[in-house]
Design a protein around this ligand. Structure first.
Ligand code: UDP
Length: 327
C-alpha cells in the first residue's frame, strides 16, 4: 500500500514507519520535526516537512494514497492542562484538517492514535472500549473529539477508520545497529525520566501524588511495548472496513503503580533511583488498565513482549547506546 505516516519522526510513528517499510509498503512521512527527530526518519521513506494542517499539499487526489496513519500530536497530559489551546489547535483542529484532506483526495482508510486518557477515571477495570468516556485532562479530550469525528466520517463518507487507544507505551525497537526509543525534550514520561535518574543525569525522580486510592497511593498504569503496539497498526490497516470506525484498546491488562515502575527500573539498571513525593499532577486519572480482548479477537493481536522488565530493559539498552554514548 502507499501510505502517509504523520508524525513518522516521533517515537511510535518512526517504529511503525520502519515496520511498514519492512513489510513492503511505500511510506511517505509527514513531520515538521517540531518534536520529532531527523535521526528517527527511515532513510527508505519519503520525508515531507509540513505540519498536519497542510497535509492537503501531499494528499492530492492523483497521489494515489491507500491510507493514512495519523500519529502527529502533542502528547504531554500535564502540559495539556497548562496550555490547553495548543492541544485543541494541534490535536483536534489539525486532525480535522487532515480528515478534510483525506476526504478530498479519496483516501480510503485512516488509522488514528487515540489514547486511554479518553476514559478519565474509569468506572470499570480493566477498561473495555464501551466504558464511559470522561477525560480528566485536555489531552484526552482533544483525542476523544477526533475519535468522534472519525465515527461521523466513516458513516457520512464511507471512510475505513480505526482508532487505537494506547495505554502507556514503553520500550524501544532494537534491530541490529538500529535502535529507536523514547526521546522527548523536555522528557515528561515516567520510565525515561527514571532511566535518566538511573544514569546519573538527574538527581531524583519526583512521584506526582501518593494519596490516590491505589495499593501504594501512586497512580496505576498499564504498559505496552512499542513493538507490540506497532504491530497492531499493521493489523488495523488490513482490518479496516469502509463505512466503519473500529476502536481498540491496546495494553497488557496489568497495572503497575508508579512506585512499582521505579522498582523495576532499579532492578533492570542496578542503580538506586532516588525518589521524592511531589504534589499530584493536574488531570491524572488514578488508574488506567486496559481490556484488549477486542483487539485480540478482531485483529488477532497477541503481544510478544508483555512484561515490564522487557520494556524497561529495551528502553535502557536504547538509552545507554543512543543517548548516553552520543553526548
Ligand atoms: N509521573 C511521575 N513523575 C514523573 C513523570 C510521571 O510521577 O516525573 C507519573 C504521572 O503523574 C502518571 C504516571 O507517572 O501518574 C505516568 O505518567 P506519564 O507522563 O509517563 O504517562 P501518562 O499516563 O500521563 O500518559
Amino acid at each position: 500500500m502507499k501510505l502517509l505516516v504523520t508524525g513518522g519522526a516521533g517515537y511510535i510513528g518512526s517504529v511503525v514507519a520502519r515496520m511498514l517499510l519492512d513489510n513492503g509498503h511505500d511510506v511517505t512521512v509527514l513531520d515538521d520535526l517540531r518534536t520529532g527527530h531527523r535521526a528517527a526518519l527511515a532513510p527508505e521513506a519519503t520525508h515531507v516537512d509540513l505540519p498536519i494542517h497542510e497535509a492537503a499539499q501531499v494528499l492530492t487526489p492523483d497521489a494515489g494514497f491507500d491510507g493514512v496513519l495519523h500519529f502527529a500530536a502533542l502528547i504531554a497530559a500535564g502540559e495539556s492542562m497548562v496550555r490547553p489551546e495548543l492541544y485543541w489547535r494541534n490535536n483536534t483542529v489539525g486532525s480535522l484538517a487532515l480528515i478534510d484532506a483525506v476526504r478530498a483526495a479519496g483516501v480510503p482508510r485512516l488509522v488514528f492514535s487515540s489514547t486511554a486518557a479518553v476514559y478519565g477515571n474509569p468506572l470499570e477495570l480493566p477498561i473495555p472500549e464501551t466504558a464511559v468516556k470522561a477525560p480528566t485532562n485536555t489531552y484526552g479530550a482533544t483525542k476523544l473529539a477526533v475519535d468522534m469525528a472519525l465515527t461521523s466520517e466513516a458513516i457520512g463518507h464511507d471512510l475505513a477508520a480505526v482508532s487505537l487507544r494506547y495505554f502507556n507505551v514503553a520500550g524501544a525497537y532494537l534491530r541490529g545497529d538500529l535502535a529507536i526509543g523514547e526521546r522527548h525534550d523536555p522528557e515528561t514520561h515516567l520510565i525515561p525520566i527514571a532511566l535518566e535518574v538511573a544514569a546519573g543525569r538527574r538527581d531524583k525522580l519526583q512521584i506526582f501524588g501518593d494519596d490516590y486510592p491505589t495499593v501504594d497511593g501512586t497512580c496505576v498504569r498499564d504498559y505496552i511495548h512499542v513493538v507490540d503496539l506497532a504491530r497492531a497498526h499493521l493489523l488495523a490497516l488490513t482490518a479496516a472496513v469502509p463505512g466503519r470506525h473500529r476502536i481498540y484498546n491496546l495494553g497488557n491488562g496489568n497495572g503497575f503503580t508508579n512506585r512499582q515502575v521505579v522498582e523495576v527500573v532499579r532492578e533492570v539498571t542496578g542503580e538506586p533511583v532516588p525518589v521524592e513525593t511531589a504534589p499530584r499532577r493536574e488531570g491524572d486519572p488514578a488508574e488506567l488498565v486496559a481490556s484488549s480482548a477486542l483487539a485480540r479477537e478482531e485483529l488477532g493481536w497477541v503481544p510478544e513482549k508483555p512484561t515490564l522488565h522487557d520494556m524497561v530493559g529495551d528502553a535502557w539498552a536504547f538509552y545507554r547506546t543512543h543517548i548516553l554514548e552520543q553526548r
